[in-house]
Design a protein around this ligand. Structure first.
Ligand code: SAH
Length: 221
């Protein structure tokens, strides 16, 4: 057996305990929504990342997924999901599919996820992986997610995994009444996770906490 095979065999044997330990850490950091914790406990994280990094899959850290991008830290995935689902949200737009881990956490909580990824190879890889995992209520799209997806709007929830300097008008336009956006705003080392709620009288905004995300990639041009 080569080293990689040994490592993945190890993951297979210890996953139950290591997964529980990770979920316990995520809970202690403030993710208390039991539905979110249960989904994350069930979902194998190591299948979303390169085999060479599989021994770190259940550490509470972000990891490289190629093309200069990262799979988000499990705590951050839990926090964003719990923040979005403060109430039921049938149709959700996800910006930045990446490896598809966050997408797979969102899917059981809503009727439909529209997930947009700017990098074609990541888009295809996540689409194929989630198909293999038999998660079927997701439409995968390749493109610039920050302009939204007008043909599927309005959205009850919008979640972005790449940081933008502000909340794009397009996303505000495509939000349903009582809808919520959860996204990082700012730049480089000065980013904050914000929540935008659309009420019958307009938009309200509040900050959740400081975060660190990869930057938004510009449109296809
Ligand atoms: N939740 C994902 C996060 C990946 S990192 C995961 O855990 O794997 C952020 C992702 O946003 C990257 O895959 C990046 O390619 C993508 N991205 C950046 N700019 C984008 C844009 N304008 N439209 C859609 N996706 C974008």
């Amino acid at each position: 057996m080569n080293q990689v095979t040994l490592q993945s065999a190890g993951i297979g044997m210890t996953s139950e305990r290591t997964r529980r330990r990770l979920i316990e850490q995520v809970r202690e950091m403030g993710v208390t929504d039991q539905r979110v914790l249960d989904i994350m406990l069930e979902l194998p994280r190591h299948v979303f990342i390169d085999e060479a990094l599989a021994n770190r899959a259940y550490d509470n850290i972000s990891l490289p997924i190629g093309f200069g991008q990262t799979i988000s830290q499990p705590y951050t995935v839990g926090l964003m999901t719990q923040t979005l689902f403060n109430k039921p949200r049938a149709k959700v737009l996800e910006i930045g599919t990446g490896c598809g881990y966050q997408t797979a956490v969102l899917a059981p909580l809503c009727e439909e996820v529209i997930s947009v990824e700017r990098i074609l190879k990541l888009h295809r890889r996540a689409r194929d992986l989630l198909y293999d995992l038999r998660i079927r209520n997701i439409r995968f799209r390749h493109g610039d997610g920050f302009i939204g997806m007008r043909e599927h709007a309005p959205f009850d929830g919008i979640l972005a995994a790449a940081v933008s300097e502000n909340v794009p008008e397009d996303l505000l336009d495509q939000l349903a009444e009582n809808g919520r956006i959860v996204m990082p705003v700012g730049r480089a080392a000065h980013q904050v996770l914000i929540v935008v709620d659309k009420t019958s009288t307009g938009f309200t905004q509040h900050e959740v906490e400081a975060v660190r995300f990869v930057p938004r990639i510009a449109g296809l041009g």
